[in-house]
Design a protein around this ligand. Structure first.
Ligand SMILES: *Cc1c(COP(=O)(O)O)cnc(C)c1O
Length: 384
């Protein structure tokens, strides 16, 4: 027995202290704080990934997702991983080498879409706007005419800029040009109106840790009939095994075939987060996000701070206030974290050093958080 147990190398063994994370109020671009009921759901008994009780839960998660997304799409599932995994899954499945993919780039996440699409060997074309602006239907139409893409990818809520892309007539244009419409709804889902079927969106994805107030690690995607037809007609295998929906669809569909072990407890948490949305009702939730954002915008105005994005296209779930002249934006964010346990983020890319990014997402979109942030910000501005 003794010589069956080899000597372990003890050099990396240490007495780690008990974990004690600071109680942050997460008012940045995500993650947002999760709801206490989500925390409770996360700690429920573990079951197997083919357990009847889990299969029942999977069906509920899919149906709640259809409500939250306002879609009848049968293929609506959560992917194991963060929003970027769902983003990558949409491209990996819908792009075949050589496909022209047109991306609207007006922020950081449009850039990420271009990068990912190119890795699946798409021929990536871009239409561009300065960070903080949105695309008009005419600009989209001109892009479709010029590039004749197989897919148009847009970011509904650009978390890097605080702009909300109007979606009313774009789906119809895409049908006219026989192009699939792919929409990033990571920072809009559960916070601002997302009407997938009305907007004729074919492919969409989101994340859990923004307006749905669930920990990061599970991210939904949905494919409409046109996207499913594209998937069925593929000439090449999906180049990413883990995110291959032709395989994963068999686990989430009727066959229940093992592909990879679902993150069981994350699904519990996600179900609870979606249940909270259904309980509140989408309309009330959209109104709450809108009202609290307005409260923030008015309060910033009182402090003499203006917002980077024109009010017509301003995103309620993420605001980008302009850092006043002579103020070090990063120092203010540092002060808020050290003195108030409040996280806000600095700008990035074209907006680096120019704005802060303040999120009022899901459970965190509450009047008391706005009041607290504004008074903390006032202190920080005179302290740094
Ligand atoms: C956060 C975010 C993502 C990526 O999500 P991760 O969870 O960080 O992987 C994608 N798109 C937008 C618009 C986002 O805000």
């Amino acid at each position: 027995m003794e010589n069956r147990i080899p000597r372990a190398d003890e050099s990396h063994r240490f007495q780690a202290a008990q974990l004690d994370m600071p109680p942050r109020l997460l008012l940045g671009p995500g993650p947002s704080n999760f709801h206490p009921r989500v925390r409770q759901a996360l700690s429920m008994n573990e079951v197997g990934h083919l357990d009847p009780s889990f299969i029942h839960l999977m069906n509920e998660v899919q149906e709640l997702l259809r409500y939250v997304w306002q879609t009848g799409n049968r293929f609506t599932i959560p992917v194991s991983g963060t929003g970027s995994a769902a983003m990558e899954a949409t491209l990996a499945n819908c792009v075949e080498p050589g496909d022209v993919v047109l991306i609207g780039v007006n922020g950081y996440f449009g850039e990420r879409l271009c990068d990912m699409a190119s890795r699946y060997r798409a021929e990536v074309r871009r239409i561009e706007k300065p960070w903080g602006e949105v695309f008009s239907p005419e600009e989209i139409k001109a892009g479709l005419e010029r590039h004749k893409p197989a897919i148009l990818g847009l970011v509904h809520a650009e978390t890097s800029t605080g702009a909300l892309q109007p979606m009313e007539s774009i789906g119809r244009l895409c049908r006219e040009f026989d192009c699939l419409l792919l929409l990033d709804t990571v920072t809009s889902l559960g916070g601002v109106p997302v009407l997938l079927d009305r907007w004729m969106v074919d492919i969409a994805y989101s994340g859990s840790q923004k307006c749905l107030s669930c920990p990061p690690g599970i991210s939904p995607l949905t494919f409409g009939d046109r996207a499913m037809a594209r998937l069925a007609a593929r000439k090449t295998k999906v180049a990413n095994w883990y995110l291959d929906m032709t395989l994963l669809g068999k686990y989430w569909g009727d066959e229940r075939t093992y592909h990879h072990t679902a993150p069981i407890n994350m699904n519990y948490a996600f179900r609870e987060a979606l249940r909270l949305v259904a309980e509140e009702g989408l309309e009330s939730r959209w109104e709450r996000h809108w009202k609290n954002a307005k409260l923030l915008w008015d309060g910033l105005g009182d402090l003499g701070i203006r917002c980077h994005v024109d009010e017509r296209h301003r995103l309620p779930s993420l605001t980008t206030p302009v850092v006043p002249d002579g103020i070090d934006g990063r120092a203010v964010a540092g002060y808020l974290l050290r003195n108030f346990n409040i996280e806000v983020a600095a700008g990035l890319g074209q907006l680096a050093g120019k704005v802060w990014r303040i999120g009022l997402m899901g459970f965190n979109s509450r009047a008391e958080n706005v009041t607290l942030l504004l008074s903390a910000l006032e202190k920080a501005l005179s302290a740094v």
